[in-house]
Design a binder for this molecule. Structure first.
Ligand code: GNR
Ligand code: NI
Length: 174
């Protein structure tokens, strides 16, 4: 009956798995999207992918509105997202991940992307994103492909961050 999911923290095999396309956006998928949004807002974070809540369908949610600064929510729900265009220009931004708590690193990605997806109503839609939204949607699609932002770092940095999260888990700081 809970209105939110538990967020999976590294290491967990579900975070390395590829999520499968949804055949249609039915009531169950809409309910999942709503519950993922609630989970993301509660965390709080600006994006959440199905793998992070132990589900392996290609569903993600995002909202970059600053609720703490009084902005109205601007939820974006996507099923079966596909990057159909990416800029040659690259962008470096500091990223974090709810599945790798309290760890942050610069990640380089295409600066702008165009994404095709099914929206919450099951209709084809497209989003062209730049800046933080571009990093976020690419970060979430990576999750659906079993890829984490630390996978772009050197193994030294990656292992350091993963060890820090283990230590946090053991100290029960979470
Ligand atoms: O809350 C989040 N912030 C963030 C910042 C920069 C780039 C990507 C993100 S997504 C992250 C939430 C998360 O882990 N989504 O998978
Ligand atoms: Ni993440």
């Amino acid at each position: 009956m809970s209105n939110s999911y538990d967020i999976i923290i590294v290491p967990d095999p579900v975070l390395k798995q590829t999520a499968q396309p949804v055949s249609k956006v039915d009531a169950a998928v809409q309910k999942q999207m709503d519950k993922m949004l609630a989970t993301m807002y509660e965390a709080p974070g600006i994006g959440l992918a199905a793998n992070q809540v132990n589900l392996l369908n290609r569903v993600l949610v995002m909202d970059l509105a600053r609720k703490d600064e009084g902005e109205a929510p601007t939820p974006i729900c996507m099923a079966n997202p596909e990057i159909i265009w990416e800029s040659e220009e690259l962008s470096v931004m500091q990223e974090g991940c709810l599945s790798i708590p309290q760890q942050y690193a610069d990640v380089e990605r295409p600066a702008r992307v165009r994404v095709k997806y099914l929206n919450r109503e099951g209709k084809q839609d497209e989003l062209e994103a730049d800046g933080l939204l571009s990093h976020c949607v690419q970060h979430e699609i990576d999750h659906l492909n079993g890829v984490l932002f630390v996978d772009y770092l050197s193994s030294l940095k990656r292992n350091m961050m993963l060890r820090k999260v283990q230590k946090l888990k053991k100290q029960m700081v979470l």
